[in-house]
Design a protein around this ligand. Structure first.
Ligand SMILES: Cc1cc2nc3c(=O)[nH]c(=O)nc-3n(C[C@H](O)[C@H](O)[C@H](O)COP(=O)(O)O)c2cc1C
Length: 328
Protein backbone atom coordinates (compact mmCIF):
# COMPACT_ATOMS: atom_id res chain seq x y z
CA UNK A 1 0.00 0.00 0.00
CA UNK A 2 1.23 3.46 -0.82
CA UNK A 3 1.89 4.98 2.62
CA UNK A 4 0.82 8.43 1.40
CA UNK A 5 -2.62 7.00 0.81
CA UNK A 6 -3.24 6.79 4.56
CA UNK A 7 -1.35 9.56 6.33
CA UNK A 8 -3.50 9.04 9.44
CA UNK A 9 -3.80 5.28 9.35
CA UNK A 10 -4.33 4.56 13.03
CA UNK A 11 -4.28 0.81 12.28
CA UNK A 12 -0.54 0.99 11.69
CA UNK A 13 0.06 2.52 15.11
CA UNK A 14 -1.51 -0.28 17.16
CA UNK A 15 0.30 -2.71 19.39
CA UNK A 16 -0.22 -6.34 18.34
CA UNK A 17 -2.02 -8.61 18.83
CA UNK A 18 -4.96 -6.34 18.12
CA UNK A 19 -8.17 -7.22 19.99
CA UNK A 20 -11.40 -5.78 18.61
CA UNK A 21 -14.93 -5.75 19.97
CA UNK A 22 -17.04 -6.97 17.03
CA UNK A 23 -19.79 -4.77 15.65
CA UNK A 24 -23.14 -6.15 16.80
CA UNK A 25 -26.41 -4.50 15.82
CA UNK A 26 -28.54 -3.55 18.85
CA UNK A 27 -25.67 -4.57 21.14
CA UNK A 28 -22.47 -2.56 20.66
CA UNK A 29 -23.87 0.97 20.90
CA UNK A 30 -22.04 3.80 22.66
CA UNK A 31 -23.36 2.58 26.03
CA UNK A 32 -22.02 -0.93 25.70
CA UNK A 33 -18.73 0.36 24.31
CA UNK A 34 -18.32 2.67 27.31
CA UNK A 35 -19.14 -0.18 29.68
CA UNK A 36 -16.66 -2.52 27.98
CA UNK A 37 -14.02 0.24 27.96
CA UNK A 38 -14.39 0.49 31.76
CA UNK A 39 -14.18 -3.26 32.36
CA UNK A 40 -11.27 -3.99 30.05
CA UNK A 41 -10.70 -2.07 26.85
CA UNK A 42 -10.12 -3.78 23.50
CA UNK A 43 -7.59 -2.24 21.11
CA UNK A 44 -10.32 -1.02 18.73
CA UNK A 45 -14.08 -0.51 18.83
CA UNK A 46 -16.52 -0.70 15.89
CA UNK A 47 -19.99 0.86 15.71
CA UNK A 48 -23.07 -1.15 14.78
CA UNK A 49 -23.55 -1.32 11.01
CA UNK A 50 -25.06 1.90 9.72
CA UNK A 51 -26.93 2.19 6.45
CA UNK A 52 -25.52 4.84 4.10
CA UNK A 53 -28.84 5.40 2.35
CA UNK A 54 -30.49 5.91 5.77
CA UNK A 55 -27.80 8.41 6.81
CA UNK A 56 -29.06 10.82 4.16
CA UNK A 57 -32.77 10.07 4.31
CA UNK A 58 -35.71 11.72 6.05
CA UNK A 59 -35.63 8.94 8.62
CA UNK A 60 -31.98 9.77 9.39
CA UNK A 61 -32.58 10.00 13.14
CA UNK A 62 -33.61 6.34 13.26
CA UNK A 63 -30.24 5.44 11.77
CA UNK A 64 -27.60 7.79 13.14
CA UNK A 65 -27.95 6.86 16.83
CA UNK A 66 -25.56 4.08 15.81
CA UNK A 67 -22.90 6.73 15.23
CA UNK A 68 -23.16 8.36 18.66
CA UNK A 69 -19.93 7.98 20.65
CA UNK A 70 -17.73 9.35 23.41
CA UNK A 71 -13.97 9.92 23.46
CA UNK A 72 -13.36 6.88 25.72
CA UNK A 73 -14.30 4.64 22.78
CA UNK A 74 -11.32 5.55 20.60
CA UNK A 75 -9.97 4.29 18.35
CA UNK A 76 -13.44 3.88 16.91
CA UNK A 77 -14.32 2.65 13.44
CA UNK A 78 -17.73 3.38 11.91
CA UNK A 79 -19.09 0.40 10.05
CA UNK A 80 -21.33 1.13 7.08
CA UNK A 81 -23.41 -0.80 4.58
CA UNK A 82 -25.72 0.02 1.71
CA UNK A 83 -26.17 -0.17 -2.02
CA UNK A 84 -25.20 3.03 -3.84
CA UNK A 85 -21.48 3.77 -4.22
CA UNK A 86 -22.09 7.55 -4.22
CA UNK A 87 -23.74 7.25 -0.79
CA UNK A 88 -20.66 5.46 0.52
CA UNK A 89 -18.52 8.36 -0.68
CA UNK A 90 -20.83 10.87 1.02
CA UNK A 91 -20.94 8.76 4.18
CA UNK A 92 -17.14 8.53 4.37
CA UNK A 93 -16.89 12.34 4.12
CA UNK A 94 -19.46 12.73 6.88
CA UNK A 95 -17.66 10.21 9.10
CA UNK A 96 -14.46 12.25 8.80
CA UNK A 97 -16.38 15.34 9.93
CA UNK A 98 -17.88 13.36 12.79
CA UNK A 99 -14.38 12.47 13.99
CA UNK A 100 -14.25 8.72 13.40
CA UNK A 101 -10.84 7.07 13.27
CA UNK A 102 -11.74 4.76 10.40
CA UNK A 103 -14.52 3.44 8.21
CA UNK A 104 -15.32 -0.24 7.74
CA UNK A 105 -17.38 -1.81 4.96
CA UNK A 106 -19.79 -4.57 5.93
CA UNK A 107 -19.52 -7.35 3.36
CA UNK A 108 -20.48 -10.16 5.69
CA UNK A 109 -23.97 -9.69 7.12
CA UNK A 110 -26.04 -12.73 6.09
CA UNK A 111 -29.49 -11.23 6.83
CA UNK A 112 -32.01 -12.15 4.16
CA UNK A 113 -33.15 -8.57 3.36
CA UNK A 114 -29.77 -7.06 2.45
CA UNK A 115 -28.59 -10.28 0.76
CA UNK A 116 -31.66 -10.39 -1.49
CA UNK A 117 -30.81 -6.82 -2.56
CA UNK A 118 -27.25 -7.91 -3.33
CA UNK A 119 -25.64 -5.89 -0.53
CA UNK A 120 -23.65 -6.77 2.63
CA UNK A 121 -22.60 -10.41 2.12
CA UNK A 122 -24.52 -10.31 -1.21
CA UNK A 123 -21.52 -8.35 -2.52
CA UNK A 124 -19.50 -11.58 -2.39
CA UNK A 125 -21.50 -12.52 -5.51
CA UNK A 126 -21.10 -9.13 -7.20
CA UNK A 127 -17.44 -8.18 -7.32
CA UNK A 128 -17.82 -5.27 -9.75
CA UNK A 129 -20.25 -3.62 -7.34
CA UNK A 130 -18.08 -4.47 -4.34
CA UNK A 131 -15.18 -2.74 -6.09
CA UNK A 132 -17.27 0.32 -6.91
CA UNK A 133 -18.27 0.58 -3.25
CA UNK A 134 -14.69 0.21 -2.03
CA UNK A 135 -13.42 2.76 -4.54
CA UNK A 136 -16.19 5.24 -3.71
CA UNK A 137 -15.54 4.89 0.03
CA UNK A 138 -11.81 5.44 -0.48
CA UNK A 139 -12.59 8.49 -2.57
CA UNK A 140 -14.81 9.90 0.18
CA UNK A 141 -12.27 9.01 2.87
CA UNK A 142 -9.68 10.87 0.77
CA UNK A 143 -6.74 9.27 2.55
CA UNK A 144 -7.80 11.06 5.75
CA UNK A 145 -9.27 8.02 7.47
CA UNK A 146 -8.42 4.39 6.63
CA UNK A 147 -10.92 2.10 4.91
CA UNK A 148 -11.20 -1.47 6.22
CA UNK A 149 -13.43 -4.40 5.28
CA UNK A 150 -15.23 -7.11 7.26
CA UNK A 151 -16.40 -10.16 5.38
CA UNK A 152 -16.87 -13.93 5.49
CA UNK A 153 -14.91 -16.79 3.94
CA UNK A 154 -17.30 -17.10 1.02
CA UNK A 155 -20.97 -17.26 0.14
CA UNK A 156 -22.06 -20.91 -0.29
CA UNK A 157 -18.59 -22.45 -0.04
CA UNK A 158 -15.18 -21.30 1.13
CA UNK A 159 -14.05 -19.01 -1.66
CA UNK A 160 -10.42 -17.93 -1.49
CA UNK A 161 -10.81 -16.05 -4.79
CA UNK A 162 -13.12 -13.66 -2.89
CA UNK A 163 -10.49 -13.09 -0.21
CA UNK A 164 -7.90 -12.59 -2.96
CA UNK A 165 -10.17 -10.05 -4.65
CA UNK A 166 -10.62 -8.14 -1.38
CA UNK A 167 -6.89 -8.15 -0.62
CA UNK A 168 -6.21 -6.80 -4.12
CA UNK A 169 -8.26 -3.74 -3.12
CA UNK A 170 -5.65 -3.16 -0.39
CA UNK A 171 -7.88 -2.31 2.57
CA UNK A 172 -6.14 -0.94 5.67
CA UNK A 173 -7.46 -3.95 7.61
CA UNK A 174 -9.43 -7.04 6.70
CA UNK A 175 -11.50 -8.91 9.28
CA UNK A 176 -12.68 -12.34 8.23
CA UNK A 177 -15.54 -14.00 10.08
CA UNK A 178 -14.29 -17.53 9.48
CA UNK A 179 -17.53 -18.99 8.15
CA UNK A 180 -19.41 -18.83 4.87
CA UNK A 181 -22.68 -16.93 4.53
CA UNK A 182 -24.62 -20.21 4.19
CA UNK A 183 -23.08 -21.46 7.41
CA UNK A 184 -24.56 -18.45 9.27
CA UNK A 185 -23.26 -19.14 12.79
CA UNK A 186 -24.23 -22.79 12.83
CA UNK A 187 -20.83 -24.48 12.47
CA UNK A 188 -17.58 -23.82 14.34
CA UNK A 189 -15.51 -21.00 12.82
CA UNK A 190 -12.82 -22.32 10.44
CA UNK A 191 -9.78 -21.06 12.33
CA UNK A 192 -7.78 -23.76 10.51
CA UNK A 193 -8.03 -21.52 7.40
CA UNK A 194 -6.59 -18.43 9.04
CA UNK A 195 -2.97 -19.31 8.27
CA UNK A 196 -3.77 -19.50 4.55
CA UNK A 197 -5.42 -16.08 4.72
CA UNK A 198 -2.33 -14.67 6.39
CA UNK A 199 -0.13 -16.11 3.63
CA UNK A 200 -2.43 -14.57 1.02
CA UNK A 201 -2.18 -11.23 2.77
CA UNK A 202 1.62 -11.49 2.86
CA UNK A 203 1.67 -12.14 -0.89
CA UNK A 204 -0.99 -9.68 -2.02
CA UNK A 205 -1.16 -6.72 0.35
CA UNK A 206 1.55 -6.82 2.98
CA UNK A 207 0.36 -3.65 4.79
CA UNK A 208 -3.21 -4.84 5.24
CA UNK A 209 -3.76 -5.99 8.81
CA UNK A 210 -5.51 -9.33 8.95
CA UNK A 211 -7.91 -10.12 11.77
CA UNK A 212 -9.70 -13.42 12.47
CA UNK A 213 -13.18 -13.64 13.94
CA UNK A 214 -15.47 -16.35 15.24
CA UNK A 215 -16.25 -18.19 18.49
CA UNK A 216 -13.51 -16.72 20.67
CA UNK A 217 -14.36 -16.84 24.36
CA UNK A 218 -11.28 -15.43 26.10
CA UNK A 219 -8.24 -13.26 25.60
CA UNK A 220 -5.98 -16.30 26.01
CA UNK A 221 -7.85 -18.17 23.30
CA UNK A 222 -7.60 -15.10 21.07
CA UNK A 223 -3.84 -14.86 21.68
CA UNK A 224 -3.34 -18.54 20.94
CA UNK A 225 -5.37 -18.52 17.71
CA UNK A 226 -3.70 -15.35 16.47
CA UNK A 227 -0.24 -16.74 17.22
CA UNK A 228 -0.94 -20.09 15.54
CA UNK A 229 -2.00 -18.37 12.32
CA UNK A 230 0.48 -15.48 12.46
CA UNK A 231 -2.47 -13.06 12.19
CA UNK A 232 -2.46 -9.46 13.44
CA UNK A 233 -5.40 -9.81 15.75
CA UNK A 234 -8.77 -11.20 16.66
CA UNK A 235 -12.26 -9.77 16.80
CA UNK A 236 -14.64 -10.98 19.51
CA UNK A 237 -18.41 -10.60 19.56
CA UNK A 238 -20.74 -12.93 21.45
CA UNK A 239 -18.05 -13.86 23.98
CA UNK A 240 -18.84 -10.65 25.87
CA UNK A 241 -22.25 -12.06 26.81
CA UNK A 242 -20.43 -14.75 28.79
CA UNK A 243 -17.97 -12.28 30.23
CA UNK A 244 -18.16 -8.54 29.61
CA UNK A 245 -14.69 -8.37 31.26
CA UNK A 246 -13.35 -10.51 28.41
CA UNK A 247 -10.82 -7.89 27.30
CA UNK A 248 -9.51 -7.39 30.84
CA UNK A 249 -6.15 -8.89 31.79
CA UNK A 250 -6.99 -8.62 35.50
CA UNK A 251 -10.51 -9.67 36.21
CA UNK A 252 -13.54 -11.65 35.08
CA UNK A 253 -17.24 -11.26 35.85
CA UNK A 254 -17.06 -14.59 37.69
CA UNK A 255 -14.64 -12.96 40.20
CA UNK A 256 -17.38 -10.57 41.30
CA UNK A 257 -19.66 -11.09 44.29
CA UNK A 258 -23.44 -11.20 43.70
CA UNK A 259 -23.72 -7.68 45.17
CA UNK A 260 -21.03 -6.40 42.81
CA UNK A 261 -22.72 -8.05 39.84
CA UNK A 262 -26.07 -6.41 40.50
CA UNK A 263 -24.38 -3.06 41.12
CA UNK A 264 -22.71 -3.38 37.72
CA UNK A 265 -26.11 -4.19 36.23
CA UNK A 266 -27.55 -1.01 37.74
CA UNK A 267 -24.64 1.15 36.60
CA UNK A 268 -24.94 -0.25 33.08
CA UNK A 269 -28.67 0.41 33.07
CA UNK A 270 -28.28 3.97 34.43
CA UNK A 271 -25.77 4.84 31.72
CA UNK A 272 -28.17 3.42 29.13
CA UNK A 273 -31.06 5.39 30.59
CA UNK A 274 -29.04 8.65 30.80
CA UNK A 275 -27.89 8.17 27.21
CA UNK A 276 -31.05 7.03 25.48
CA UNK A 277 -33.93 8.01 27.77
CA UNK A 278 -37.05 6.87 26.00
CA UNK A 279 -35.55 7.18 22.50
CA UNK A 280 -34.65 3.47 22.48
CA UNK A 281 -36.81 0.50 23.39
CA UNK A 282 -36.03 -0.48 27.02
CA UNK A 283 -36.40 -4.26 26.48
CA UNK A 284 -33.33 -4.19 24.17
CA UNK A 285 -31.35 -3.70 27.36
CA UNK A 286 -32.69 -6.83 29.07
CA UNK A 287 -30.25 -9.09 27.23
CA UNK A 288 -27.53 -7.64 29.48
CA UNK A 289 -29.49 -8.30 32.67
CA UNK A 290 -29.05 -12.01 31.99
CA UNK A 291 -25.30 -11.51 31.82
CA UNK A 292 -25.02 -9.99 35.31
CA UNK A 293 -27.77 -11.98 37.06
CA UNK A 294 -25.86 -15.21 36.73
CA UNK A 295 -23.81 -17.66 38.75
CA UNK A 296 -25.10 -17.08 42.30
CA UNK A 297 -27.94 -18.38 44.50
CA UNK A 298 -31.20 -16.71 43.53
CA UNK A 299 -29.83 -15.54 40.16
CA UNK A 300 -32.39 -17.47 38.15
CA UNK A 301 -35.28 -15.99 40.10
CA UNK A 302 -33.84 -12.52 39.73
CA UNK A 303 -33.35 -13.04 35.98
CA UNK A 304 -36.95 -14.07 35.52
CA UNK A 305 -38.14 -10.92 37.31
CA UNK A 306 -35.74 -8.66 35.43
CA UNK A 307 -36.89 -10.07 32.08
CA UNK A 308 -40.33 -8.55 32.77
CA UNK A 309 -39.13 -5.02 33.54
CA UNK A 310 -40.29 -2.21 31.29
CA UNK A 311 -38.28 0.72 32.62
CA UNK A 312 -35.34 1.73 34.85
CA UNK A 313 -37.52 2.36 37.92
CA UNK A 314 -38.92 -1.18 37.93
CA UNK A 315 -35.44 -2.56 37.49
CA UNK A 316 -34.09 -0.50 40.42
CA UNK A 317 -36.94 -1.77 42.62
CA UNK A 318 -36.38 -5.42 41.76
CA UNK A 319 -32.66 -5.16 42.37
CA UNK A 320 -33.22 -3.31 45.68
CA UNK A 321 -35.61 -6.07 46.83
CA UNK A 322 -33.10 -8.71 45.80
CA UNK A 323 -30.26 -7.02 47.72
CA UNK A 324 -32.43 -6.76 50.80
CA UNK A 325 -33.39 -10.43 50.69
CA UNK A 326 -29.82 -11.39 49.90
CA UNK A 327 -28.37 -9.77 52.99
CA UNK A 328 -30.37 -12.08 55.31
C1 LIG B 1 -26.56 -9.74 17.59
C2 LIG B 1 -25.48 -9.65 16.55
C3 LIG B 1 -25.41 -8.53 15.74
C4 LIG B 1 -24.41 -8.42 14.77
N1 LIG B 1 -24.30 -7.27 14.03
C5 LIG B 1 -23.26 -7.11 13.17
C6 LIG B 1 -23.02 -5.87 12.51
O1 LIG B 1 -23.73 -4.87 12.69
N2 LIG B 1 -21.95 -5.82 11.65
C7 LIG B 1 -21.12 -6.88 11.44
O2 LIG B 1 -20.17 -6.78 10.66
N3 LIG B 1 -21.32 -8.05 12.06
C8 LIG B 1 -22.34 -8.18 12.93
N4 LIG B 1 -22.48 -9.36 13.63
C9 LIG B 1 -21.46 -10.42 13.47
C10 LIG B 1 -20.33 -10.25 14.50
O3 LIG B 1 -19.63 -9.03 14.30
C11 LIG B 1 -19.34 -11.42 14.42
O4 LIG B 1 -18.79 -11.45 13.13
C12 LIG B 1 -19.99 -12.77 14.72
O5 LIG B 1 -20.85 -12.69 15.85
C13 LIG B 1 -18.94 -13.86 14.96
O6 LIG B 1 -18.10 -13.52 16.03
P1 LIG B 1 -18.31 -14.15 17.51
O7 LIG B 1 -18.37 -15.65 17.35
O8 LIG B 1 -17.13 -13.68 18.29
O9 LIG B 1 -19.61 -13.61 18.02
C14 LIG B 1 -23.49 -9.49 14.57
C15 LIG B 1 -23.58 -10.63 15.38
C16 LIG B 1 -24.54 -10.71 16.37
C17 LIG B 1 -24.60 -11.95 17.25
Amino acid sequence: MDKREYPHNFWQTLEKPIFILAPMEDVTDTVLRQVIARYGKPTVFFTEFTNVEGMFSKGEKHVVHRLQYTETERPLVAQIWGSQPENFAKAAKKLIDMGFDGVDLNMGCPAQGPVSRGVCSGLINDRPRAKEIIDATKEGAAGIIPVSIKTRLGFRAIDLAWIQFILEQKPAALTVHLRTVSEMSKVPAHWDRMKTLVEMRDALSSETLIIGNGDIKSLNEARQKVAEAGADGAMVGRGIFEDPFLFSEQTALSDKTPEEKVQLLLEHMRLWSDTWGTSKHFPTLRKFFKVYANGFPGAQDLRIKLMETQNPEETEQIVAAFLQSFSY
